[in-house]
Design a protein around this ligand. Structure first.
Ligand code: SF4
Length: 369
């Protein structure tokens, strides 16, 4: 009999499982949930406040199984990267970035990505599958475990922030991602505040509207261009949902939040492509026109093998930033972290058994050039 993996369940789903499959009361689910997520337990025998017969029954019908760790490595700057094997044989990557008292975990949602943004190494790997809930929350579970448990009792909690910004477009794996974000914020699990769980999307507008009606997390939008002509090239989903449509959906999302949070626009700086002052002016005009509450995060491009794009020179990035700041737009420049272990933003590749044949075409194209 195939055992049910409890790792990916929300607390509500676990209550249902415990009642339907074990005929047990809801408080048992809460106990099990805490054992799994706060104490990192993957063996029912260690759940010492459960009666022995219940532990034995659980071992028969259920399991707690995270993705297998193929690699764990630390960068000179403290960034930690994991390569994790997922069902089907592919591998994904997860990155932890410490920054003073803050520790941000960058979590993947898919094996590869179907959207093929032209500057993104994940996109060039093609696409294999959506991650299961256990494979998504398993990344948080493994990271928390690697820094010591229980997660809420340590004086210095290590994973304070999660960004759904790793491999894949999270809104194209909607239910598992939303369920896992619920678990991240659950006080009986990781207890991370809604301001510190961020979903990053390239602009899947219908799913963004749905998200706003179902959960309250912070939002980042991968913008990367200030006009449709350029964004169509860099972020092809723009041909389906253009900038005006995306900004309107983003505004609806912010309007549905109970506070005055802003959206973060991610903007990868590509030398000679989208980094000129005219682009900064266009971006400032776009933001002013819509009046959207936002900040802009400029990301120096991290090159990967085979790409023609180059990183914008530092003075160009700073001039772009000055232009936006001068227009009263909060603008930060992301510090590149973990590049000595290929863990920097946009460098996550894992090992994708590509079903789209995109990676094959990309390699052929490189050989021709
Ligand atoms: S930038 Fe995001 S949405 Fe675009 S290809 Fe890469 S992972 Fe997919």
């Amino acid at each position: 009999m195939e055992r049910t993996n409890l790792l990916g369940m929300t607390q509500a789903q676990l209550v249902e499982f415990v009642s339907d499959s074990l005929n047990e009361k809801a408080f048992r689910a809460r106990q099990i949930f805490k054992w799994i997520h706060q104490y990192g337990v993957d063996n029912f025998d260690d759940m010492t406040n459960l009666a022995k017969p219940l532990r034995a029954r659980l071992a028969e019908v259920a399991e707690i199984r995270a993705p297998e760790v193929l690699f764990q490595g630390d960068s000179k700057d403290g960034t930690r990267k994991w390569v994790l094997k997922v069902d089907g044989g592919s591998a994904i990557e997860t990155v932890y970035i410490p920054d003073g008292k803050r520790g941000t975990l960058c979590v993947s949602s898919q094996v590869g990505c179907s959207l093929d943004c032209s500057f993104c190494s994940t996109g060039k790997q093609g696409f294999n599958k959506n991650l299961t809930p256990a494979e998504i929350i398993g990344q948080v579970w493994l990271a928390a475990k690697s820094y010591g448990l229980p997660v809420l009792d340590t004086a210095e909690r290590r994973v304070t922030n999660v960004v759904m910004m790793g491999m894949g477009e999270p809104l194209l794996n909607y239910e598992p991602v939303v369920d896992c974000m619920r678990t991240m914020m659950d006080d009986d699990a990781y207890g991370i505040s809604k301001r510190r769980v961020t979903l990053s999307t390239s602009g899947v507008v219908p799913a963004l509207d749905r998200l706003g009606s179902e959960i309250d997390v912070s939002l980042a939008v991968s913008l990367h261009a200030p006009n449709d002509e350029l964004r169509n090239v860099l972020v092809p989903i723009n041909k389906k949902y253009n900038i005006d449509t995306l900004f309107a959906a983003t505004q609806r999302y912010l309007d549905a939040l109970p506070d005055n949070r802003s959206v973060t626009f991610e903007y990868t700086m590509l030398d000679g492509v989208n980094d000129q002052l005219e682009h900064a002016n266009q971006l400032a005009r776009l933001i002013k026109k819509t009046g959207i509450r936002c900040k802009v995060n400029l990301i120096p491009f991290n090159p990967f093998p085979g790409t023609d794009y180059k990183t914008s020179p530092r003075p160009v990035i700073e001039a772009f930033q000055r232009k936006l700041v001068h227009s009263n737009i909060i603008t930060t420049v992301r510090t590149t972290r973990g590049d000595d272990i290929d863990a920097a933003c946009g460098q996550l590749v894992g090992s994708v058994m590509d079903k789209t044949r995109r990676s094959e075409r990309y390699i052929k194209l490189q050989q021709v050039q």
